[in-house]
Design a binder for this molecule. Structure first.
Ligand code: NI
Length: 184
């Protein structure tokens, strides 16, 4: 297993559209394990997508089971070739991304979705998601189409926020303060 390097803005490869997975061999399983290790090595990311480590295949991992405030969720999910088949409701909410370490932003997402995908062994799965988990899935699936949350903020002037990183008690804490980014 290995922790992989995360591509960060403005790396143009983050704009690349990923290809569907067609084979579920040992190499895929090893890559999924590395992707998971990379997610866990980061600052408590609820999700990660393969293109964020430069592998342009349609694979995402989400896990909303360990959020500070509990949210409805389906636990740890590895989703291969995920497709959102139904959207309902819209709500703004704050998002961050391992590939955009310096900012968070307000993005409008569907509040309920239905999603079909394959699991890591190629078996079909289907989920109905709501709220935070639905948002995480939409964010990660966007990565597969080369879309970052910063591409979806209504206004870069008012909906992007600089992230404050500071050290406290020897532990790295990441918080967001309401300071508005004035750069466009
Ligand atoms: Ni992201």
């Amino acid at each position: 297993m290995a922790v992989l390097d995360i591509l960060k803005l403005p790396d143009p490869r983050l704009k690349q559209v990923s290809e569907p997975v067609t084979g579920f061999d040992a190499a895929l399983q090893a890559f999924i394990d590395d992707l998971e290790e990379t997610r866990q090595a980061g600052p408590a990311a609820v999700g990660i997508a393969a293109p964020q480590v430069g592998v342009f295949r349609r694979i995402v991992i989400i896990d909303c089971s360990t959020t500070r405030k509990p949210v409805p969720n389906h636990g740890h999910l590895i989703l291969v070739n995920p497709e959102i088949t139904h959207w309902e409701g819209y709500e703004p909410g704050r998002e961050g991304c391992l590939s955009v370490p310096d900012y968070t932003g307000n993005v409008i997402r569907a509040t309920q979705i239905r999603l079909s995908a394959l699991d890591r062994h190629g078996e079909p799965v289907e989920y109905e998601m709501e709220g935070y988990e639905a948002r995480a899935a939409q964010h990660e699936i966007d990565h597969l189409d080369g879309i970052l949350f910063v591409d979806r903020v209504v206004s870069r002037r008012t909906d992007l926020f600089r992230r404050k990183v500071y050290q406290k008690g020897g532990k790295k804490n990441v918080t967001t303060k309401g300071t508005k980014n004035t750069k466009d």
